[in-house]
Design a protein around this ligand. Structure first.
Ligand SMILES: NC(=O)c1ccc[n+]([C@@H]2O[C@H](COP(=O)([O-])OP(=O)(O)OC[C@H]3O[C@@H](n4cnc5c(N)ncnc54)[C@H](OP(=O)(O)O)[C@@H]3O)[C@@H](O)[C@H]2O)c1
Length: 239
């Protein structure tokens, strides 16, 4: 199904709570510059990620993250599915990918492993033929803007039509940057891992254009920091 969002909709309509969850190298990268290494947290970090997903109605990521191959965004082992049910959530979270041009790789395992609805957030940029391909690969394709993806409108739609109250965004840097730029991030959960990747072009927590002045930076409060063996688990929230 393809739906076209009403972008002139009421901007006071509530949106889900948005939590960005990422593993970072000690130098702030989310992958090596050749993108070969992108999962580098410990098994404990993976369990932490599943526990965060178990609190959310939906998990979102960008097209290049889906393209990397081993991304499924699912609830993980049975114990996390049980946690979800105990919290009154659906057994499996919704899985959402942002792909403004529709270039996301449709043969990625993300699309072949079907266990919960897949939504694609895109724009009017993909041609008719590509839209049909996207529609075949997903449960719903949402057109969220003419050339630019209106993330705020997409979030309002997710809340209204899909009852998404809490959403975990798992990157990558470009999607995160767009969420920060639109001031849509309520919490950041970072796992600092003991590696230095270097590389000017290695993706970071938030890429895109960035801000030119400190006054324009999104600011957060460090709410908690916990060291477990060689990793630091940090929680930042809106002031
Ligand atoms: N360490 C971690 O925790 C972690 C987590 C996630 C990802 N990663 C790594 O990060 C890398 C990917 O990051 P990335 O920054 O290159 O890519 P990304 O954010 O995953 O995906 C970028 C793509 O998503 C779509 N997109 C993102 N924001 C959009 C917006 N505002 N409007 C429209 N479309 C938007 C676009 O797709 P179209 O081109 O189709 O328009 C864009 O090209 C991978 O190497 C991945 O493995 C690491």
């Amino acid at each position: 199904m393809i739906v076209r969002l009403d972008l002139s909709g009421n901007t006071t309509t509530p949106r889900p709570f948005v939590l960005v969850a990422m593993a970072l190298s000690a130098d702030g990268k989310i992958a090596t510059s050749n993108r070969v290494v992108h999962t580098f947290g410990s098994p404990r970090d993976l369990a932490h990620l599943y526990a965060l997903r178990a609190t959310a109605d939906a998990v979102l990521c960008g097209a290049r993250t889906v393209d990397t191959g081993d991304v499924h965004l699912g609830p993980g082992p049975a114990c996390y599915r049980r946690q979800r049910l105990a919290h009154g959530l659906a057994e499996c979270n919704l899985r959402i990918v942002a792909s403004g041009s529709g270039s996301v790789r449709l043969d990625a395992p993300f699309f072949t492993r079907r266990f919960s609805p897949i939504l694609i957030l895109t724009t009017e940029r993909p041609g008719r033929r590509r839209l049909i391909e996207l529609e075949r690969a997903a449960d719903v394709v949402a057109l969220c803007g003419r050339t630019k993806l209106d993330l705020a409108a997409a979030l309002r739609w997710l809340q209204t039509d899909w009852h998404v109250n809490r959403l975990v965004c798992e990157g990558g840097g470009q999607l995160n940057a767009a969420l920060f730029a639109a001031n849509l991030v309520d919490e950041i959960q970072l796992t600092l891992c003991p590696f230095v990747f270097g590389g000017r072009h290695a993706p970071t927590l938030a890429d895109g254009l960035g801000v030119p002045r400190l006054a324009q930076a999104r600011s957060f409060q460090l709410r908690a920091i916990r060291r477990v063996r060689n990793e630091a688990y940090c929680v930042y929230t809106r002031p």
